[in-house]
Design a protein around this ligand. Structure first.
Ligand code: GLN
Length: 543
């Protein structure tokens, strides 16, 4: 029988509920138990695949090809699990399902209502995941903040769950913010009291409250919340802002949350084994060398748009024992002002994924600079396509080479549409999505980094390398180091003789974990660590 933890948020959004949920998952898994997670998103979009990164941040892709909320990335990284489309449910999905059932006559003429029809549909998704995953604990994160109109069916559903699965199988956690008033130097509890009141008004009494604040929440403040909110004092948990999100599971474990949950669900093994995690995430990095990696993209003012990329770089940095500073560089700015001295202090450059033609020429400039100056370059999906366009233009001399996505009339569509994609429009879920096998070529940097012949990696793209150019490019030094097993699709390319100029059509960042950094990121950071910057010529020899 599965146990359920429900996590709601209060007071403000962006408190790091996803990180808290991922951390709780980690603490439970570290007790030898099986965990799965589901994120309930109240917005009406069917999935975030068609949403602007400005509004929604990164689209995380699951192995089975679902375009999901970026919180699933946190869950996968912390808990080290692979989730599927079952782990992200939106109001859009639920309403379309209910309405389509109604059109099909499945409700036998009944009046269709939020309660019970919509709440039943939500519940069956939660139970469906519990059954399929056979998890000991399913953690359910309700997106948004208590009081949001569109979130109410979800809150109502998790309230009903207590009746359906039993009191002893459910645990409710509410995450709130304690604002700090500088004038009196105190953390205020009133917004939390109101938020819990709102939650109780909807029939949910929290079993624990996680108090987010910039500093540690002292006992007297916690006791006050315990009294007003009718929660045990030991279940009011301080969650201050930490310098590294990967420390959150260790912190919550120390604060006793893991044991509280273990006792509630009567787990026999109560000891959490977080030793390895603690070693990786809390080690002293002050003596490590520092490097700077430039991320050249379109949404650089919105770091959440590339969250899996930045996390994968961090993981690789932890592995190579180097502090990785990120420098965000707008490719449009490069188009306007040129590169000048922008890359003087960068030891490596990443061009991440993206869509449409904005800022493309700035990325191509970046690839040229990296190739000519032997700066490590890592292209992710669009970044791989950019690398190919640059190489074709400047090494093969086909000056107008482009991707069909950027120019429909290009004479040399070195990146073209995949078979079957021609007639499709961007209506969501129509790209090449999810995990596919990739065969690696012996003797290449790619094969060496992975150390195996076949890998599986996640995709999210519509365009693809055009094989008509393969022979010519390979002859001139741009090698297809990874292909689909039948050799029909090029998945990874690398520049022969360059210390690290590599691009993958897939997104390796989705598979990186703190405890298992992705091999390509690991290798990229290793080479970047040994690449001096302009002002730091002797860097290499210090290591
Ligand atoms: N826009 C490119 C394509 O559709 C790359 C996509 C991406 O970077 N995720 O092929």
């Amino acid at each position: 029988m599965t146990n359920f933890i429900f996590v709601t948020g209060g007071v403000v959004s962006s408190l790091g509920k996803g990180i808290a949920v991922a951390s709780i998952g980690k603490m439970i898994k570290s007790r030898g138990l099986k965990v799965s997670v589901i994120k309930l998103d109240p917005y009406l979009n069917v999935d975030p695949g068609t949403m602007s990164p400005y509004q929604h941040g990164e689209v995380f892709v699951t192995v089975d090809g679902s375009e999901t909320d970026l919180d699933l990335g946190h869950y996968e990284r912390f808990i080290d699990i692979e989730l599927t489309s079952m782990s992200n449910v939106t109001s859009g999905q639920i309403y379309s399902e209910v309405i389509s059932n109604e059109r099909d006559g499945k409700y036998l003429g009944g009046t269709i209502q939020i309660v019970p029809h919509v709440t039943d549909a939500i519940r069956s998704h939660i139970i469906g995941l519990a059954d399929k995953s056979e998890a000991d604990v399913v953690i359910v994160e309700v997106g948004g903040t208590v009081g949001d109109i569109e979130g109410q069916p979800f809150i109502e559903t998790i309230r009903q769950m207590r009746r359906f699965v039993g009191q002893d199988k459910t645990f409710y956690i509410h995450l709130t913010l304690l604002p700090h008033l500088a004038s009196t130097d105190e953390l205020k509890t009133k917004p939390t009291q109101h938020s819990v009141q709102a939650l109780r008004g909807m029939g949910i009494q929290p079993d624990a409250i996680l108090c987010r604040a910039d500093s540690y929440v002292e006992e007297n403040v916690r006791d006050k919340i315990a009294l007003y909110c009718d929660v045990l004092p030991e279940a009011i948990i301080s969650l201050p802002t930490l310098d590294n999100v990967y420390k959150v599971p260790i912190h919550l474990e120390h604060e006793g949350l893991g044991n509280l949950i273990a006792e509630k669900f009567s787990f026999t093994s109560k000891r959490a084994d977080l030793e390895k995690w603690e070693e990786i995430t809390t080690c002293d990095t002050s003596n490590w060398p520092e490097i700077t990696v430039g991320i050249v993209g379109k949404y650089v003012e919105l770091h959440d748009s590339y969250i899996s990329v930045t996390e994968a770089l961090k993981h690789a940095g932890m592995f190579q024992k180097v502090r990785v500073n990120l420098k965000w560089i707008s490719s449009e700015l490069i188009e306007q002002n040129g590169i000048r001295d922008l890359f003087n202090d960068t030891n490596g450059l990443v061009v991440p994924g993206g869509f449409d033609s904005r800022g493309i020429e700035g990325m191509i400039e970046t690839a040229k600079y990296a190739r000519e100056n032997e700066i490590p370059y890592f292209g992710l999906c669009l970044g791989m396509q950019i690398m190919v366009i640059e190489y074709t233009r400047n090494k093969l001399g086909l000056r107008n080479a482009n991707s069909l996505e950027m120019s429909e009339s290009t004479e040399d569509p070195v990146i073209s549409l995949m078979d079957g994609q021609e007639a499709l429009h961007s209506t969501g879920g129509t790209m090449r999505l999810g995990s596919y096998a990739c065969k690696l070529k012996l003797g290449t940097l790619t094969r060496k980094a992975y150390g195996v012949d076949i890998v599986n990696e996640r995709h999210r793209h519509r365009y693809e390398f055009n094989n008509a150019y393969r022979e010519k490019l390979e002859k001139s030094g741009l090698i297809a180091s990874g292909t689909s097993p039948d050799d029909s699709l090029v998945e990874v390319m690398e520049v022969h003789g360059h210390p690290f100029m590599l691009g993958s059509q897939f997104h390796p960042e989705f598979g990186s974990r703190p405890e298992r950094p992705h091999p390509l990121f690991r290798e990229f950071i290793r080479v970047a660590k040994n690449t001096p910057t302009e002002g730091d010529q002797q860097y290499l020899f210090d290591q």
